[in-house]
Design a protein around this ligand. Structure first.
Ligand code: PLP
Length: 366
């Protein structure tokens, strides 16, 4: 058998450890997962009810056109229905874009470090990946622009960026968009859009009118708390959407994702409450870092990247033993950091206590 050569040696995605496995391995009764930027408050109760109400529909294929959620999202964000494409998570929309635009003759430009799925999917398509080092965790848009050439097909702006939590502001983004050649698709991945509080964060939807080479990605996995259901979407020019739609498998979302996401969109209060708690908790994380002289990346998301000045894997292991699953920065491009998802007030308090212990024993040990 001869698979694509680029698949050889390509690692599988390593997700955060499952809670049950950690409990078993370490003999812990309580384990908190702060590793995958999930919403610690779950999702709107309206979403769970919608799934229950749809429970009898398992034998029927879902609506391949996603009419119900399409109409809902279009109304909610103020675009036309033909400007939307739904994916099995926005991860799948990233896959559609790579499949549609990239091939071995082409290249794609990303920041470094950034979300791993751009590079992975581009590599599978055989495209060259041009990774442009970020500055203090923020995309270097000027350098990314310089990396673009005739063969470039997609440039990825992860905004806010995972894993740094930092963002590109409105002036920088619009200036960038103005200068990117029209043959290049600009993807603004806004997985953490709902959590953003910065006043100068770019509002990209109105830019779609002017730039038909812009695609915006949003998801129900983060603030909406529907990660288990796998639903996210892309917003773009209708021609762009109909161009890439044949790449999409015909029934790529489940009925349960459609009904739950539709119901979740009706619960603005749930999102507002979660965002308020997240913003307050982020302040506590920042305060904790300042109190302990730890460098952190200012976050516009529901996670924070903290520099512990020692191996991220080590801090990861120490936290794991105390029942907290986080993400080591080692595999994320920040070897001395860990990325911690903001938890509930109680979880954060417990985490701070454990971190204090770790920082203290570190000093003693030196
Ligand atoms: C979580 C995340 C996604 C994808 O989430 P889905 O669950 O596939 O919708 C996309 N981009 C970034 C930056 C993310 O952090």
């Amino acid at each position: 058998m001869k698979a694509k050569p680029q698949l050889h040696g390509l690692p599988s995605y390593k997700p955060g450890k499952p809670i049950e496995e950690v409990k078993r391995e370490l003999g812990l009764t309580k384990v908190v997962k702060l590793a995958s930027n999930e919403n610690p408050y779950g999702s709107s109760p309206k979403a769970a009810k919608a799934i229950q109400d749809a429970a009898a529909q398992t034998a029927i294929y879902p609506d391949g056109y996603a009419a119900m959620i399409r109409e809902k999202v279009a109304t909610k964000i103020g675009v036309d229905e033909n400007q939307l494409i739904f994916g099995n998570g926005s991860d799948e929309v990233i896959q559609f874009l790579c499949r549609a635009f990239l091939s071995p003759e082409t290249n794609t430009v990303t920041a470094d470090p950034t979300f791993s799925q751009y590079k992975l999917n581009a590599t599978i398509e055989g495209a060259e990946v041009r990774e442009v080092p970020s500055v203090d965790g923020v995309h270097d848009l000027d350098a990314m622009l310089e990396a673009i050439d005739e063969q470039t097909r997609i440039v990825w702006v992860c905004n806010p960026n995972n894993p740094s939590g930092t963002y590109v502001n409105e002036a920088a983004f619009t200036n960038f968009l103005e200068r990117v050649p029209s043959h290049v698709l600009v993807v603004s991945d806004e997985a953490y859009y709902e959590y953003v509080t910065a006043k100068d964060y770019p509002e990209t939807l109105p830019l779609l009118k002017k730039y038909n080479n812009l695609m915006i990605l949003r998801t129900f996995s983060k603030a909406y708390g529907l990660a288990a259901l796998r639903i996210g979407y892309g917003v773009g020019n209708p021609d762009l959407i109909s161009l890439i739609d044949p790449v999409r498998p015909p029934f790529n979302n489940t009925t349960f994702a459609h009904v739950a996401a539709s119901a979740a969109l009706d619960d603005d209060q749930f999102i507002a409450d979660c965002v308020e708690k997240n913003t307050a908790a982020l302040k506590q994380f920042e305060q904790f870092c300042e109190n302990h002289n730890l460098t952190y990346y200012p976050s516009q998301t529901n996670f924070i990247l903290i520099d512990f000045n020692r191996s991220g894997d080590e801090v990861f292991d120490l936290l794991l033993k105390k029942g907290f699953i986080v993400r080591s920065g080692q595999a994320l491009g920040f070897p001395t950091c860990v990325r911690i998802t903001v938890g509930t007030e109680e979880e954060n308090k417990e985490l701070f206590a454990v971190l204090e212990e770790i920082l203290h024993s570190n000093k003693v040990g030196q």
